[in-house]
Design a protein around this ligand. Structure first.
Ligand code: PRP
Ligand code: URA
Length: 209
């Protein structure tokens, strides 16, 4: 069974409250999402492997640690996932970024794929799928399906706000994928929106309706 890691640092909780507020406009919403993604990145990258290298400080030769092991790949689920890329990439500048385009059919709530461009060597990378919202879980499950079909073997999912229903769906379909979230909310409403949630993340990021 995959783990759910709740990254509830006080700074993340404070910034998430600002994002939830319906009076927060797109500019602040985007900036807050970038900031929270960077703060979540600290936890997401906690288990990266290290190796010793020899360096010379101005004083002496010494062994010191650098990141080793698998390289990273970040895959935002379009559109709203794009809002989490800059914060993560600023911590991991060597990461490659792929894109999976999915939208949720408003009637059936089923994900519809419209775009996919991934790094060629994803089987050698630790892949991080990002999307602010995990509602029914359909989009996340579909994106992870795509990555696995292309050969990915090591995948993490990162969401800002998750519904219990979405977490259960990902755990059922992809028990090997750990889920990092800033908050687990109460439930989904009849339209598949997370309650209390923050509304439609893509629309709030980009000022569309
Ligand atoms: C939102 C969100 C997720 C999806 C979550 O995207 O960004 O991708 O819904 O819902 P689910 O867990 O029930 O699949 P949306 O379909 O609104 O597309 P957008 O990002 O282009 O706005
Ligand atoms: N997608 C969103 O953007 N918000 C929700 O609450 C559910 C799905």
């Amino acid at each position: 069974m995959s783990k759910v890691i709740i990254t509830d640092h006080p700074l993340i909780q404070h910034k998430l409250t600002l994002m939830r507020d319906k009076n927060t406009g797109s500019k602040d919403f985007r900036e807050l999402l970038t900031e929270i993604s960077m703060l979540m990145g600290y936890e997401i990258t906690r288990n990266l492997q290290l190796e010793d290298v020899e360096i010379e400080t101005p004083v002496v030769k010494t062994n010191s640690k650098v990141i080793a092991g698998k390289k990273l790949g970040i895959v935002p689920i379009l559109r709203a996932g794009l809002g989490m890329v800059d914060g993560l990439v600023s911590l991991t500048p060597a990461a490659k970024v792929g894109h999976v385009g999915l939208y949720r059919d408003p009637e059936t709530l089923q994900p519809v794929e419209y775009y996919c461009k991934l790094p060629q060597d994803i089987e050698e990378r630790e892949m991080i799928v990002v999307d602010p919202m995990l509602a029914t879980g359909g989009s996340a499950v579909a994106a992870i399906d795509v990555l696995k079909k292309r050969g990915a073997t090591s995948i993490k999912l990162v969401n800002l706000v998750a519904a219990p229903e979405g977490i259960a769906e990902v755990q059922k379909c992809h028990p090997d994928v750990d889920i990092y979230v800033a908050a687990v909310d109460e439930k989904l409403n009849d339209h598949g929106y997370i309650v209390p949630g923050l509304g439609d993340a893509g629309d709030r990021l980009y000022g569309t309706k």
